[in-house]
Ligand binder design. Structure first.
Ligand SMILES: [Zn+2]
Length: 240
């Protein structure tokens, strides 16, 4: 990625280490909470459940989903972190046992990146005798890992829990308020607006336009909710 590209897309600089790893789980958590609970609430409502039962199902869906997302994020980020720590440990061993081979390897990488030989020699000489900085440099250049900024599994877990809960609350709002017969259309309307909003927000981190991204998210969510509501209506009709 060229520096010009970064300037054209300021959002690109907000990625990665600087935000501590909460953004990705938060965005996907909010989207998941919204889609799954809109589908759940409309499915239960379509089965002719009492408003109190719809609310109970929605709150259970919120908690079950938020805990499940948080647990999944924790395991996934922790596993990735352990894999990175192992790679860094192996690199440390290599540098200790084969310092000259590692220096030569670094010279080749920097040379291949187009740096002049005298600059490469200065960088490698500068890092010699500074084991911590040397390892840090090797990790960044060879492994593409910043040892100072490994994602935290707890940050990812809390971010996805909170974001999922916020997304999942949206379709529940009409069932808490005395919306009566308006609860189903209100739930649908809130779900539709929020799905579009989340999709439009996602476009900040993709190459898509906001309206396309919003529309896509809306259609995917609506399809999930539509199928769930249809099955809920079928099961509700046979159960009564
Ligand atoms: Zn190395």
């Amino acid at each position: 990625m060229s520096p010009t590209h970064d300037l054209d897309h300021p959002a690109a600089t907000e990625h990665g280490a600087a935000e501590g790893g909460w953004l990705r789980p938060a965005v996907f958590g909010a989207s998941d909470g919204l889609v799954s609970n809109t589908a759940l609430v409309l499915g239960v409502a379509a089965g002719q459940a009492e408003p109190g039962m719809v609310l109970l199902a929605g709150v259970s869906g919120l908690l079950a989903g938020a805990f499940s997302m948080a647990a999944g994020e924790w395991v996934s980020v922790q596993a990735q972190r352990e894999a990175h720590e192992l790679e860094i440990q192996r690199e440390r061993d290599h540098i200790e046992r084969y310092p000259e081979e590692e220096a030569e390897h670094m010279r080749r990488i920097l040379g291949a990146a187009g740096l002049p030989a005298d600059v490469v020699a200065r960088i490698v000489a500068e890092l010699e005798g500074q084991p911590d900085r040397n390892l840090d440099f090797h990790a960044r250049i060879e492994l593409g890992i910043d040892p100072q900024a490994l994602d935290s599994p707890w940050v990812a877990a809390v971010a996805s829990f909170v974001a999922f809960a916020i997304g999942a609350i949206v379709p529940l709002v009409p069932w808490v308020l005395p919306a009566g017969a308006m609860a189903v259309p209100a739930s649908m309307g809130l779900g539709v607006a929020a799905l579009f909003g989340v999709g439009a927000l996602l476009s900040r981190y993709t190459a898509r336009t906001w309206w396309w991204s919003g529309l896509r998210q809306l259609l995917i969510g609506a399809a999930a909710a539509g199928v769930t509501a249809a099955i809920g209506a079928l099961l509700g009709a046979t159960a009564t």
